[in-house]
Ligand binder design. Structure first.
Ligand code: PLP
Length: 482
C-alpha cells in the first residue's frame, strides 16, 4: 500500500522550519553518547558536553531550595499537616505554599486553571513586575505559559495572516523566532546586530530594513528585541531602548520584548531595564504602544527549563484583540500548574527578613557569580585562539565567537555539503565531545562564521573544556591551513 503521508505532501511550512539548537549536530551527539554507553573507550573522549542549549540543570546546576520547597508542598499539600514538615522545610516556604494553595480553587494542583493562569499567581506576578519596574502591572495583562516559547507562538499566530506579513527579527537571533515565523507562514525581516560594537542594535539599520521590506510589499507587524541577547549576549543601553520604543511607536509596530535573561547580567556597567518600564517612563500609557514582554523560569539563576513556566505581559492592545488572544490561550486550556507556581515564585523570591532569605541569596549570588566567571574564562580562552574574536557576554548564557576559517576548510565543508561553521562544529564534536551550535543556525552576516557555546558547564569542567577546545582548534588549523 502506498504511504498516504509522505514528506512531499506534508505542510510546507513544517518543512521550511529549522531549529538548529536541537539540530543535526545534537542528534549526532546523542548517537555518540549511546556509543559511549555501549562501547566505552571507543571515542577520543569519555563524555559529551552539551554546550548547545541554555539548559543549566542538565549540566549540574542545582535548583534553588526555596522554590523547590514551595513546589513540593503545593504538590503534596498533606505534608502541611505533618509535624515533621516544620523541621524539614523553611517556615517561609510553608507559609508561601499555604498562601498559594489558598488561591487555587479546591487546592487542586491537578486541575485545569483559568486559561491565563491562576488569578492569585497572576496577582503575584503583577506585584513582582511592579516592584521590578516601579510602575503598576495588572493581573489581567498576564498570560502564564509553559515557558516563553508558547507565548511567542501565540503572538505569531495572532499577527501573521500570510507570507506578506513580516516580523523584524535580530540577526543573529534565537531560532524560536525564525522557526515560529516559518511555521505560521510569515516573512522574517532581518535587522543585523553590529558585531564590531558589541552586537549593537542600530536604529538606522532597523529603518533601512523596514523600508526595504515595505518596498517589497511586506506589511511589517512587529519588532522582536531579545534583551539580554541570545546568542549574542549584549545588554541594551537605556538610551537605545528609548529609541527602539520611539521607532515602534512611529512605525506602528508591536514590540515583542524577549526578556527571559533579565536576571543574567554579568557586567557592572550594564543594567536590565524592562521595556515596560522604559515605555511607562517615557510617559506612554495603555493606548500608545502594543507591547508584549516575555519572561521564563528556564533562565536566570533558577534555570528550571523542564518545569515549563513563563508568562507574557500584554499591554496596549484593545479589548477585542485581547479577547482573541484569550481565545487562542483557551484552545490550549491552560499551562501546567507547577510552571505557573514557579513563575509566580521567580517574580516574588524571598525578601529580607524571611527565614530563607540568607540561604536563597547565597544560592542566587553563587550561581550568578559563577556564571560571570565562566563567561569571562571562556571569552578569554576563545580570544586566545588563532582566528577567533569573541565579544563579551554582558548577559544571557552564551558566547558567540567569530571564526576566520581557512579557505581550505571552507572548501572541505563544501565538499561535505555542510556550512563551514557546521563542518567545524561537527569536527569539534567528533574529536572532543563538545557540542556547540553553528552560527548558521542563528543567522549571521554572509561570509562570516560563528559558533554559539553556552557558559553552562560547571566551573570544575571549564579548564578541560578550554584545553580540549584549544587542542582541537590547533589540530584543525594544522590540517586546513591555507
Ligand atoms: C531568547 C529566548 N527566548 C525564549 C526561549 C524559550 O525558552 P522557554 O520556552 O524554555 O521559556 C529561549 C530558550 O533558550 C531563549 O533563549
Amino acid at each position: 500500500m502506498a504511504a498516504s503521508v509522505t514528506v512531499e505532501n506534508l505542510n510546507p511550512k513544517v518543512l521550511k522550519c529549522e531549529y538548529a539548537v536541537r539540530g543535526e549536530i545534537v542528534i549526532h551527539a546523542q548517537r555518540l553518547q549511546q556509543q559511549l554507553q555501549t562501547q566505552p573507550g571507543s571515542l577520543p573522549f569519555d563524555e559529551i558536553l552539551y554546550c548547545n542549549i541554555g539548559n543549566p540543570q542538565s549540566l549540574g546546576q542545582q535548583p534553588v531550595t526555596f522554590f523547590r520547597e514551595v513546589l513540593a508542598l503545593c504538590d503534596h499539600p498533606c505534608l502541611l499537616e505533618k509535624e515533621e514538615t516544620k523541621s524539614l522545610f523553611s517556615a517561609d516556604a510553608i507559609s508561601r505554599a499555604k498562601q498559594i494553595l489558598a488561591t487555587i480553587p479546591g487546592r487542586a494542583t491537578g486541575a485545569y486553571s483559568h486559561s491565563q493562569g491562576i488569578k492569585g499567581l497572576r496577582d503575584a506576578i503583577a506585584a513582582g513586575i511592579m516592584s521590578r519596574d516601579g510602575f503598576p502591572a495588572n493581573a489581567d495583562d498576564i498570560f502564564i505559559t509553559d515557558g516563553a516559547s508558547p507565548g511567542v507562538h501565540m503572538m505569531m499566530q495572532l499577527l501573521i495572516r500570510n507570507e506578506k506579513d513580516g516580523i523584524l527579527c535580530p540577526i543573529p537571533q534565537y531560532p524560536l523566532y525564525s522557526a515560529s515565523i516559518a511555521l505560521h507562514g510569515g516573512a522574517l525581516v532581518p535587522y543585523y546586530l553590529n558585531e564590531k560594537t558589541g552586537w549593537g542594535l542600530e536604529i538606522s539599520d532597523l529603518k533601512m530594513q523596514l523600508e526595504n521590506a515595505r518596498s517589497k510589499g511586506i506589511d511589517v507587524r512587529a519588532l522582536v528585541v531579545i534583551n539580554p541577547g541570545n546568542p549574542t549576549g549584549q545588554v541594551l543601553a537605556e538610551d537605545n531602548q528609548y529609541d527602539i520604543v520611539k521607532f515602534c511607536k512611529n512605525e506602528g509596530l508591536v514590540l515583542l520584548a524577549d526578556e527571559v535573561y533579565q536576571e543574567n547580567i554579568y557586567v557592572d556597567n550594564k543594567k536590565f531595564n524592562s521595556f515596560k518600564k522604559i515605555v511607562r517612563s517615557m510617559g506612554y500609557g495603555e493606548d500608545d504602544l502594543p507591547l508584549v514582554s516575555l519572561q521564563s523560569v528556564s533562565k536566570g539563576y533558577y534555570g528550571e527549563c523542564g518545569k515549563r513556566g513563563g508568562y507574557m505581559e500584554i499591554t496596549g492592545f484593545s479589548a477585542p484583540v485581547r479577547e482573541q488572544i484569550y481565545k487562542i490561550a483557551s484552545v490550549n486550556l491552560c499551562s501546567n500548574i507547577t510552571g505557573q507556581i514557579l513563575a509566580s515564585l521567580v517574580m516574588n523570591p524571598p525578601k529580607v527578613g524571611d527565614e530563607s532569605y540568607a540561604s536563597y541569596k547565597a544560592e542566587k549570588d553563587g550561581i550568578l557569580e559563577s556564571l560571570a566567571r565562566r563567561a569571562k574564562a571562556l571569552e578569554d580562552a576563545f580570544n586566545k585562539l588563532e582566528g577567533f574574536s569573541c565579544n563579551k557576554a554582558e548577559g544571557a548564557m552564551y558566547l558567540f565567537p567569530q571564526i576566520l576559517l581557512p579557505q581550505k576548510a571552507i572548501e572541505a565543508a563544501k565538499a561535505a555539503k555542510k556550512a563551514p561553521d557546521a563542518f567545524y562544529a561537527l569536527r569539534l564534536l567528533e574529536s572532543t565531545g563538545i557540542v556547540v551550535v553553528p552560527g548558521s543556525g542563528f543567522g549571521q552576516v554572509p561570509g562570516t562564521w560563528h559558533i554559539r557555546c553556552t557558559i553552562l558547564p560547571q566551573e570544575d569542567k571549564i579548564p578541560a573544556v578550554i584545553s580540549r577546545f584549544r587542542a582541537f582548534h590547533e589540530a584543525f588549523l594544522a590540517e586546513y591551513r591555507d
